[in-house]
Design a protein around this ligand. Structure first.
Ligand code: ADP
Ligand code: MG
Length: 280
């Protein structure tokens, strides 16, 4: 099972759009996928047509130890499950401030689900992270086997990126030695502009010059770039993934290519067995 955190502490870079469409695209390819909405804005929940009503279980119940993941996830499409989120999740930071082992709640919930057979059917867990390095995000990175970082080609993106990579290195050292920083995903890409090309070059140079011991030394930029495409921005209002809303659009084309690239990594991962998961 691949557990992928889609993370950038910057907002508006394409985390939710990528989480939803990667999850939907993998499900379309026959993979069994669970999408965890980890943002209290609940954007990926509403993107997939789930409006949380009072009494509905959300991922908050997992963080408050009220419910197992199996009671929170719901089927939202063929091969696709969602653990929804709403504003309740914003309380987690404060409520868990003194809780021992608070970094491991999500990882334990996933391990329990896997051991009890409730998640045995899953091939992928995709986590849509909030735009913050908060307790929920640390839980995501502690539970993840991989981290994808959506970036918008922008002159300031390198600054935030080094910070994010340093943080993930710390989490890898202290909390999750299995965390691989798989790659950067260029989102909202303006094809043919000088800016996009320049920033892409800068990002490539930054990764090339990485210390070979750095946890991101093997990170790459996904070949598939997600172009700016209005259909991607419209799809959430119709509670549909891009593959349902506009299957012929550039957005569907780009995410389809990305999904193929993600699937191609399965072969590499099988060749390099992961270190045993340390007991949390
Ligand atoms: P984040 O989750 O990182 O805050 P979102 O995925 O919500 O970012 O994207 C921010 C906004 O940009 C949303 O309105 C979304 O619909 C839009 N958007 C994201 N990716 C694209 C794209 N490739 N083309 C056009 N609009 C996009
Ligand atoms: Mg988001």
């Amino acid at each position: 099972m691949r557990i992928i955190a889609i993370m950038n502490q910057k907002g508006g870079v394409g985390k939710t759009t990528s989480s939803v469409n990667i999850a939907a695209g993998l499900a379309k390819q026959g993979k069994k996928v669970l999408l965890l909405d980890l943002d209290s804005q609940g954007n990926s929940s509403s993107h997939l047509g789930i409006e949380v009503y009072p009494g509905m279980n959300t991922i908050y119940q997992v963080f408050s130890h009220e419910q197992p993941l199996s009671a929170v996830r719901q089927l939202v499409g063929q091969n696709l499950w969602l653990a929804p989120a709403n504003m309740d999740l914003a309380a987690v930071d404060v409520e868990l401030i003194d809780a021992e082992g608070r970094e491991f709640i999500l990882r334990r919930a996933l391990d329990t689900a896997i051991k009890s057979g409730d998640a045995a059917d899953l091939d992928y867990v995709i986590m849509d992270c909030p735009p913050a390095l908060n307790t929920v995000t640390i839980n995501a990175l502690t539970a993840a086997t991989e981290m994808f970082i959506p970036v918008q080609p922008h002159y300031l993106s390198l600054q935030g990126l080094s910070r994010l990579l340093e943080t993930s290195a710390l989490i890898k050292r202290r909390l999750n030695r299995n965390l691989a920083i798989t790659g950067l995903l260029l989102c909202l890409y303006e094809t043919g502009t000088r800016l996009a090309a320049d920033v892409t070059d800068d990002l490539m140079r930054f990764l090339d010059e990485a210390d070979p011991m750095a946890p991101w030394a093997n990170a790459r930029i996904f070949n598939s770039r997600i172009r700016r495409n209005i259909r991607l921005a419209e799809a959430p209002s119709f509670a549909q993934s891009i593959f349902e809303y506009a299957p012929e659009s550039a957005g569907a084309h780009d995410y389809n290519n990305l999904v193929k690239e993600i699937l191609a990594d399965e072969v590499k991962l099988q060749e390099a067995p992961e270190a045993p998961r340390a007991a949390a």
